[in-house]
Structure formats: structure tokens, C-alpha cells
Design a protein around this ligand. Structure first.
Ligand SMILES: Nc1ncnc2c1ncn2[C@@H]1O[C@H](COP(=O)(O)OP(=O)(O)OP(=O)(O)O)[C@@H](O)[C@H]1O
Length: 331
């Protein structure tokens, strides 16, 4: 974040975006949660006694804050994943793969290919940050370098989030309490507000509504995935999101993807669903376990989306008709 921008951002917003700022203000007994003034505004009205009590001049206080902000920007820059590359290894026959794959933030990439072709294997290689040490002999590079322990530790285990079809909760806890726990474990400022946001989003994404006090073990597959997507987007800090098959899951797919892209995540999704494929920026085609080619979604394909969406809506209506127990009867 640019220092001038930081100085002109309301303190409560600053801390919401980067909780580490709270440490600075807490050290000077300044409450940030309700402080809607910017640092510059606050500095202009600070009493002489504040500087006397803290044994610091106004200029020194400004310099100290600027140094602190620069430190945070530097660590943000280090943490930023600019690109993830999968360097080709071998297909199932031991032959060299035909292409590499590059993923960048804010872009959706689909993994397509017949059943058993190796789509999940590609996701698994990324999840494991493969380094010639998986059956495919692929190598995953982050910002051009092989992932080492330092990088993995920098992200404190939150580099990659995975959302899969067979994800189930085992903890006996209400949705709201589960989200608060997660938000607190990530040191999210004002967890209650963020949790409310996640609940609203999850319900928007989910076909069937659920409440804050619903036990997570009672959520349907579609509701669980909707909750996880909203959680990954708003609370989880993982910059890379791997999705294995969210089709037929009662999730509003377009909204879910829009949400993840709006948070500048790298999104890689294995799917057979043409709607999701057309929503993506590009797709990697897997054949016999190998990356075969990368295709960018062209304008003709993008135009097909509206047509396919209508067919999909129709199918959804028919599905709902039968799900509600209706019957087709002669007139
Ligand atoms: N390049 C490879 N080298 C060796 N084994 C591979 C390779 N790619 C995939 N496999 C293996 O092939 C099997 C099928 O792959 P995978 O489960 O990834 O297929 P899939 O495309 O996800 O299938 P589905 O569409 O049914 O989910 C797995 O055991 C996987 O480990």
C-alpha cells in the first residue's frame, strides 16, 4: 500500500485490511475499531500531552508510523503471489507433457479431460507443490521459484485452499460459531461483521437457505460448498484456490467464481461442466495424465454462455419440479 494512501485511509478501515496495523496503535493506546479518522486527521488534533507522555515529537511519531507502514508494504510485496507455474513432467505413459501451465491472480482456469484422465492429479500436484517428487514428475514454481520451506512457512499453511465434492464437516458446532472460530484464528479484526458477510454470501451462493445457528454437520453438500467458498473468499487468506467439481452442487456457480475473482485469487477448477468452462479465462486439456494444450476462451465461446445458461436454467426448473414431488400428467 502506498504511504500517502495509508495516511489518508480511516484507521478502522486500515486495520480491517491489514490487522498488523493494530499493533502499532495499541502500543500508543489508540483504539482503532471505532476510529474513522485518518492518520493525518488524527495527527492534526492530537494534544501536546500525547507526545509528552510518549516522549516523542509529532514528526518522530509520523516517521515511526511511516516506517511501520513501509515494513508492512514490504512484507505484503513478499507475500504476493504474482504467478504459479506447473512445469511439464510426464503423462501416464511416461511421455513428456506437451505444455506448461501458468496461473495468475484474478484469472479462472479450468482443467478439462475425460474421466480418469488426470484432472485431480494436476490439482494434487499443485496442492503438494510438486517438485519432481510425484508420479507426474511435475514441478510447481511460485513467482518463478520452486516452493521451499521458507515460502510455505511465510504463508503459515494458508497458501492453498481446496474445495472438493466430498468435503464433509465432522465438528458439532453451529455455522456462526464455526466461522467466528476461523475468523479469530486468522486474527480477523471485527470477526462478527465478517462472519455476517460470509453468511449472507454463502446463502446467496447456496440453492437452499440456512441459518447462523444451523449445525454445520446438518448442511447439505451444496450448502457446505457454498459456505466454504464464501469462507475462502472472505476469511481464508489463501491466494490459491483449487476446486474439484462444484457442478450439480446447488451452488450458484457464476456468483461463486465472481466472488473468488473479485478477491484476486488464483482459481483452478477441474470440471466437466460447459458453463463453468465458458466462464473461465482459459482451460488446460488433460490427455492420458498429461497437460496436452492450453486454450483461451474465445469470443465465440463466450457468446455461447448466454445460450447455455438458458438451457441450464430450464434444466434447473425441471430438476426443482421433480424434487418438489410434482408429476407430469395428461392435460
Ligand atoms: N501423469 C501421470 N502419471 C502417472 N499417473 C497419473 C498421471 N496422471 C494421472 N495419474 C493417475 O491416474 C489416475 C486417474 O487420475 P485422476 O483421478 O486425476 O483423474 P480425473 O480426470 O480427475 O478423473 P475424474 O474425472 O473421474 O475425477 C490416478 O490414479 C492418478 O494418480
Amino acid at each position: 500500500m502506498d504511504i500517502d494512501f495509508t495516511l489518508e485511509t480511516p484507521l478502522n478501515k486500515l486495520v480491517e485490511k491489514e490487522p498488523t496495523y493494530k499493533d502499532f496503535f495499541t502500543a500508543f493506546n489508540i483504539a482503532t475499531l471505532t476510529e474513522s479518522r485518518t492518520f493525518t486527521e488524527m495527527l492534526s488534533i492530537m494534544s501536546e500531552s500525547f507526545f509528552e507522555d510518549n516522549n516523542i515529537s509529532k514528526d518522530e511519531f509520523l516517521q515511526l508510523f511511516s516506517d511501520f507502514a513501509s515494513g508492512i508494504s514490504a512484507s505484503e510485496a513478499n507475500l504476493k503471489i504474482e504467478r504459479l507455474e506447473v512445469i511439464a513432467g510426464n503423462n501416464k505413459l511416461g511421455e513428456p507433457e506437451l505444455c506448461n501451465l501458468e496461473l495468475i491472480p484474478g484469472q479462472i482456469t479450468c482443467v478439462v479431460g475425460p474421466t480418469g484422465s488426470g484432472k485431480s492429479r494436476l490439482l494434487a500436484d499443485i496442492e503438494w507443490l510438486a517438485n519432481n517428487d510425484t508420479p507426474t514428475k511435475r514441478q510447481v514454481l511460485i513467482n518463478g521459484n520452486a516452493a521451499n520451506d521458507d515460502l510455505i512457512n511465510t504463508f503459515e499453511g494458508k497458501l492453498i485452499a481446496q474445495i472438493t465434492q466430498n468435503m464433509n464437516f465432522v465438528l458439532d458446532i453451529a455455522v456462526h460459531d464455526f466461522l467466528v472460530l476461523h475468523a479469530q484464528s486468522r486474527f480477523v479484526e471485527n470477526p462478527e461483521a465478517v462472519v455476517d458477510e460470509v453468511l449472507i454470501m454463502a446463502n446467496e451462493l447456496s440453492g437452499e437457505q440456512f441459518k447462523a445457528d444451523t449445525p454445520i454437520t446438518c448442511l447439505s453438500g451444496g450448502q457446505s460448498r457454498a459456505l466454504m467458498i464464501a469462507d475462502v473468499a472472505c476469511i481464508g487468506q489463501a491466494p490459491i484456490v483449487l476446486i474439484d467439481e462444484i457442478e450439480n452442487a446447488g451452488v450458484n456457480k457464476k456468483k461463486a467464481l465472481d466472488l473468488l475473482v473479485s478477491k484476486d485469487k488464483i482459481v483452478l477448477m477441474a470440471t466437466h461442466d460447459p458453463l463453468l468452462i465458458l466462464l473461465a479465462d482459459k482451460r488446460v486439456v488433460i490427455e492420458n495424465g498429461g497437460m496436452h494444450k492450453v486454450i483461451f476462451t474465445n469470443n465465440l465461446e463466450k457468446d455461447m454462455y448466454a445460450e447455455l445458461e438458458q438451457i441450464d436454467n430450464k434444466q434447473q426448473q425441471i430438476r426443482d419440479f421433480f424434487r418438489k414431488g410434482d408429476e407430469v400428467k395428461p392435460n
